[in-house]
Ligand binder design. Structure first.
Ligand code: ATP
Ligand code: MG
Length: 357
């Protein structure tokens, strides 16, 4: 049944923070709210959790309306049957791992203690902490503490999992590991999840679907691959990954760039000669070649001059002036600043934004 958010509105004081956001999360689906700081992600999540009272719209969880302003419905957090994991682990320092995980079931009451023990064992096994149930949080690493929080979120077999930047306190290596751990557990339990982050790598790698937010509204939503490769909005292209934008003009037969190159872009023909569009070129599909090197078959080239470079290990990232626009491109080779170069790419790797992007 999943979750259905319809025209959600949240106002703080006189400021509209969430402005008519609507989205669904299907059963077992992992949906991420991705957007810059202050765009309203946490506020949206807190409304779903019932920690905030929405000012408009409705929220349905597993077929039950838990929030509807016009009907005067606001179901409390504890009756929504949610599992929540936040950036701060919020686990009790004076309780053992097992007692922390048991806590939500004890608060709920009515669960016999044998059943609680069994559920705690199950949850700790799922997160791989079965052997550490008697430790106190101070005897755990940050990653292990976050897994306690995860076990506590799933112990009551919730209808929905809510995550708010759960990885941001972990170091880079642990973040990657915990990321795949959360994905695995969510898929294994098939509980619909809403995950909030401003980290594009997390959003792309974990989600079935990403909702890009900005300024309290939804900019665009889609599967990670579609959003990255074929964004419909310039904001999405800029926010997810490193994007270069170059202007292209349709001359009736081909797309022309400002430096005079003509490119046939598969699947893109405009309505009329003179139409202009913004092309998105990801730096990883752009290669830097010496200006006098012959062009490989199937590649197009832009002429440019090296403005600067940064050694990244596997490649060097170049900033290249192409007809007055700085383009970022990768190469394993070395080109000094001022070198005349070709930026080459395959035309099928170009994505043209729609006219209203
Ligand atoms: N209790 C509150 N009272 C007034 N304004 C608030 C309150 N909580 C949040 N806001 C404001 O609402 C806006 C959205 O905040 P929110 O926490 O939802 O952003 P976010 O997208 O989660 O950002 P971040 O990535 O920094 O966590 C911000 O401008 C914030 O200052
Ligand atoms: Mg937030």
């Amino acid at each position: 049944m999943g979750i259905r958010i319809s025209n959600l509105v949240k106002i703080y004081g006189s400021t509209l923070i969430v402005d008519q956001i609507s989205f669904d999360v299907a059963d077992g689906e992992f949906v991420t709210l991705l957007g810059p700081s202050g765009c309203g992600k946490t506020t949206t999540l807190r409304c779903i959790a019932g920690l905030e009272r929405a000012d408009g719209g409705s929220i349905e969880i597993d077929g039950t309306v838990v929030s509807d302003g016009s009907l005067g419905i606001h179901v409390g957090t504890h009756e929504r049957n949610l599992g929540m994991v936040f950036q701060s682990y919020a686990i009790w320092p004076h309780m053992t791992v097992a007692r922390n995980v048991a806590f939500p079931l004890q608060v709920r009451g009515a669960t016999p203690s044998a059943a609680i023990d069994e559920a705690v064992r199950w949850a700790l096994d799922v997160v791989g902490l079965g052997a550490l149930s008697h430790r106190h949080p101070s005897e755990l690493s940050g990653g292990q503490q976050q897994r306690v929080a995860l076990a506590r979120a799933i112990v009551g077999k919730p209808k929905v999992l809510l995550f708010d930047e759960p990885l941001s306190n972990l170091d880079a290596r642990l973040r990657d590991r915990t990321r795949s751990e959360i994905s695995r557990i969510q898929k294994e339990l098939a509980i619909p999840a809403v995950y909030v982050t401003h980290d594009q790598a997390e959003a792309l790698s974990m989600s079935d679907r990403v909702i890009v937010m900005n300024g309290g509204v939804t900019v665009e939503e889609g599967a990670p691959r579609n959003l990255y490769q074929r964004p419909r909005k310039r904001f999405t292209a800029e926010f997810i990954g490193a994007a270069n934008f170059i202007g292209m003009t349709w001359d009736g037969q081909l797309w022309k760039t400002a430096d005079g190159a003509s490119v046939a872009i598969p699947g893109h023909s405009a309505a009329g000669a003179g139409d202009t569009r913004q092309a998105v070129l990801r730096s990883e599909v752009l290669h830097v070649e010496p200006a006098d090197a012959p062009l490989s078959a199937g590649f197009a080239a832009l002429r440019g001059t090296v403005l600067g470079h940064q050694y990244m290990g596997p490649y060097t990232e170049y900033s290249i002036d192409v007809a007055g626009t700085a383009i970022m491109a990768h190469s394993a080779a070395e080109f000094p600043v001022g070198s005349p170069v070709h930026v080459t790419f395959r035309p099928q790797d170009i994505h043209l934004l729609p006219p209203d992007a």
